[in-house]
Design a protein around this ligand. Structure first.
Ligand code: 26V
Length: 802
């Protein structure tokens, strides 16, 4: 059906008619989108079956990536691209009067994540399949993904996201594989043949039904699986339960990503979600393994389980439960299998994001799991005591349960064989600071895996214009081996190539400008510098530093008629967590500044500020290709890696950044001449925290530029201001500016000045931009995944037999 254009067209028309019982001329774009989706699913189904069949019969070691988030975005385009049939479909549809790009707009983003951690999981799935590795995702089929964001009067308003409203062509419900997950109740102990047995009684049981999504590799036969679990009532709930309450509470488990957890009720729901994901996935993994091997004693030789941050860390006690209670293994044997099966990635050192569950919530909800965690803790503390006798403080600091809290990161480290950070500096900080005691105790567990992104989605698919130019220039080898992008470096002196490269960037800026005008009504100048910061809104990412700099530029333009600058368009995209008051104030501030500078006749030709609402994967695909400048300005030491930084680089944007996360490795790759670095280093930041030697008010009093912009937050400068921005003012002055915004302000102004001047030297700028693309190959997630596969999971590619 995809072997020739004519065949495709005929099959498409036929499929549409049989699916919808109407003729092509009466069909809607959504009918057409669904038709194409179904055709692809049919087309890949034989490969999907064959991949599963190979894994089963040849008994290859499998890896399961457990993640509370999978930020997939849209799948139609990436599937067509990976199957190598994009162009043929595009042409065939065009002859039927359909634009494939417009058809794609009918697909809702699968937004089952909130940022880098979830998008990383999605990039990893693409790399696993493309490298023919037997690796699969396990997640939750949230009815509502991350909220839809509207900006109303400058404020963020959250609306429930509805990606499943019109169905999902990519998923297959597998009712036959459903499993039961138990909560609450109590544990009864009995002694049989002198051995203790544990029975979970009076539990509330819910059903986990898997929905499978095929994961198609690029130009391969491999089709892996992303299995998303849906929570449903069991057919016959015990009659002592109110059926309606039971149904509602059950469905709530897979209803929302990150329910509000400011109250206990929300906390319980989150912990329920975590156990639901883990218990369903493990029961399923173990069942498959048993079918293939007849025993669980070799599980660690045939299965690797990776936990993406601590959210799925209950995989450790859940696997222990299965091995002890169901398989009746001894503790020692069960523990050995568990530790050798599980590996863990840490994605943040921010203390507020390190999960700790109160025992009062944990114990009643998961009574048997809690018993096992207690036992793990006791044995772990005993081992610590043997190594560090009488070192009470150390043991208390390392314990898994302490002060009525279960520390999920400690459980993850003790119960896994590999702990990795996501960029060199992040891993170093884990080893030297955050997890120093654990690193001392288990040095062999710690390792680094610098993040990556799939160049297929973020270059080939998102920027077909640049991809074609690259292929025309250096051939198509880079698509399989992105490090071959290096060959572009020798073209940076080639004037003709530079102009073509410039042409692509201009084209993408025009496309984005059009979208900006449609969405916001703001007209932007495509000869201005497109300076972009898109990421979650968080104080440590310092969108505030960017805004204060814009206010400063505005002040200069107003005060000094002779001040010249290259026109700039500052573009923001960011969602703030619904309960994060301060982050929401920053969004309002960005919008207030936009209102001011965009409407001032004295500045609006040189300064524009745009806030694009509802930042998400599909919008990101239009933004990265159009960016000139990539803002990566987190307080050094705070951003574990960053992956947006890599997407910008791959699309030729030049980074303005601190020496934080993967920016450091971007600098190593691109070279110091091809990046703009400023500000405190991580060492300096950590030193300030230790010494308490930072006084933000000194910077406020001694730098007139700072005083002016900070005062403007509260002095009526914003017509709509009132006391709106007092909290921001307080964070900087009263609370001593935890993230060193004022400390880094002057260096930031200076480096931005240099950015503007450099951009005016068009050849120099193009050389920088080309160098970035040329050196971006290192950041493909294929490299990252190969390292995980080789160093941690010990899995090998599986190829179809000829
Ligand atoms: C989440 C939250 C949620 C509530 C408010 C506070 C807070 C603070 C941090 C986080 C981050 C959770 C983990 C995470 O998403 N980490 C990101 O992982 C990316 C992939 O490794 C990495 O590139 C980013 O630097 C890192 O922030």
């Amino acid at each position: 059906m995809f072997s020739s254009k004519e065949g495709f067209k005929a099959a498409f028309l036929d499929k549409l008619e049989t699916m919808y019982g109407k003729s092509f001329k009466d069909s809607t774009p959504r009918d057409q989108y669904n038709t194409l989706g179904h055709m692809i699913r049919e087309y890949i189904s034989s490969r999907w079956i064959a991949t599963n069949e190979r894994n089963r019969t040849e008994n290859h070691k499998q890896m399961y990536y457990l993640s509370i988030e999978f930020l997939l975005g849209r799948l139609l385009g990436s599937n067509l691209m990976n199957l190598g049939i994009w162009k043929m479909c595009e042409e065939g549809l065009q002859e039927l009067g359909i634009s494939l790009n417009e058809l794609e707009e009918n697909e809702a983003d699968a937004g089952l994540g909130n940022g880098g951690l979830g998008r990383l999981a999605a990039c990893f799935l693409d790399s696993l399949a493309s490298l023919n590795l037997p690796g699969h995702g396990c997640g939750i089929r949230y009815k509502h993904g991350l909220f839809d964001q509207k900006i109303v009067n400058g404020y963020q308003v959250e609306l429930p996201e509805q990606w499943l409203r019109h169905g999902n062509v990519w998923e297959v419900r597998r009712h036959d594989q459903a499993v039961e997950v138990s909560f609450w109740g109590n544990v009864e102990t009995s002694k049989i043949d002198g051995k203790l047995e544990f029975h979970h009684r009076k539990a509330e049981v819910i059903m986990a039904v898997p929905y499978d999504i095929p994961v198609v590799g690029y130009d391969t036969e491999t089709v892996n699986t992303l299995r998303l679990w849906n929570a449903e009532p069991v057919p016959f709930p015990p009659n002592n339960q109110n059926v309606l309450v039971y149904k509602r509470e059950t469905e709530a488990v897979s209803e929302f990503l990150y329910p509000d957890d400011t109250h206990d009720e929300g906390k319980i729901l989150r912990l329920k979600q975590q156990y639901f994901l883990v218990s369903a996935s493990l029961q399923n993994i173990v069942k498959l393994h048993r079918e293939r091997n007849g025993t669980l004693r070799n599980l660690h030789e045939k299965v690797a389980i990776h936990i993406n941050d601590t959210h799925p860390v209950l995989a450790i006690p859940e696997l222990m439960r299965i091995l002890l209670d169901e398989e009746k293994l001894s503790w020692e044997e069960a523990w050995n299998i568990t530790v050798n099966t599980v590996s863990y990635t840490n994605h943040t050192t921010l203390s507020e994001a390190l999960e700790k569950w109160p025992v009062r919530i944990f114990q009643p909800l998961l009574p048997r799991i809690y018993m096992i965690v207690e036992e793990i803790n006791e044995r772990f503390c005993r081992d610590l005591w043997d190594k560090y006798p009488y070192d009470w403080k150390r043991i208390e600091d390392m314990a898994i349960i302490a002060h009525d809290l279960v520390k999920m990161a400690h459980l993850a480290i003790a119960g896994s064989h590999s702990v990795n950070g996501v960029a060199k500096i992040h891993t170093d900080i884990l080893k030297k600071r955050e997890m120093q005691l654990f690193h001392e105790y288990y040095p062999e567990k710690f390792n680094n895996k610098t993040n990556g992104i799939t160049h297929r989605r973020w270059l080939l698919k998102a920027n077909p214009q640049l991809a074609s130019l690259i292929t025309d220039t250096i051939g198509p080898g880079w698509i399989r081996k992105p490090t071959e992008l290096q060959a572009l470096a020798s073209y940076k002196q080639d004037a003709a190539f530079r102009e073509k490269f410039h042409g692509v960037k201009q084209l993408r800026k025009e496309l984005l400008a059009k979208r900006i005008e449609e969405q916001t009504g703001v007209r932007v100048d495509t000869n201005s510098i497109f300076d972009v910061q898109v990421k979650r809104l968080h104080a440590y990412k310092r969108q505030l530093l960017n805004v204060l700099h814009i206010m400063h530029l505005y002040n200069r333009l107003k005060e000094d008629q002779s001040f010249t600058m290259h026109p700039r368009t500052f573009i923001f995209g960011a969602k703030a967590s619904p309960g994060y008051y301060y982050a929401k104030k920053i969004i309002k501030l960005i919008n207030e500044v936009a209102e001011k500078v965009n409407n001032d006749p004295q500045t609006r030709d040189r300064l524009k500020v745009v806030f694009l609402e509802n930042y998400r994967v599909s919008l990101a695909e239009d933004i990265f290709p159009a960016a000139d400048v990539s803002e990566q300005i987190s307080t050094a030491s705070k951003e574990a890696s960053g992956t947006g930084n890599m997407k910008f680089m791959m699309n030729g944007a030049v980074t303005v950044g601190t020496l934080d996360g993967a920016n450091i490795e971007i600098q190593e790759e691109a070279g110091t001449d091809n990046i703009f670095i400023f500000g405190l280093t991580a060492e300096e930041v950590l030193h300030y925290y230790q010494s308490g030697g930072y006084r933000s008010s000194d910077y406020y009093h001694h730098d007139k530029r700072i005083k002016k912009v900070v005062d403007q937050l509260i002095n009526g400068f914003f017509p709509d201001g009132g006391d709106e921005f007092e909290a921001i003012y307080d964070s900087l002055i009263v609370q001593n500016d935890e993230y060193f915004v004022l400390r880094d302000f002057a260096p930031y102004v200076d480096v931005q000045d240099l950015v503007g001047k450099t951009y005016e030297n068009r050849n120099r700028w193009l050389e920088m931009s080309i160098s970035n693309v040329a050196r971006s190959g290192y950041f493909t997630s294929d490299r990252t995944i190969s390292q995980y596969a080789f160093d941690i999971w010990h899995i090998n590619p599986v190829f179809a037999r000829k």
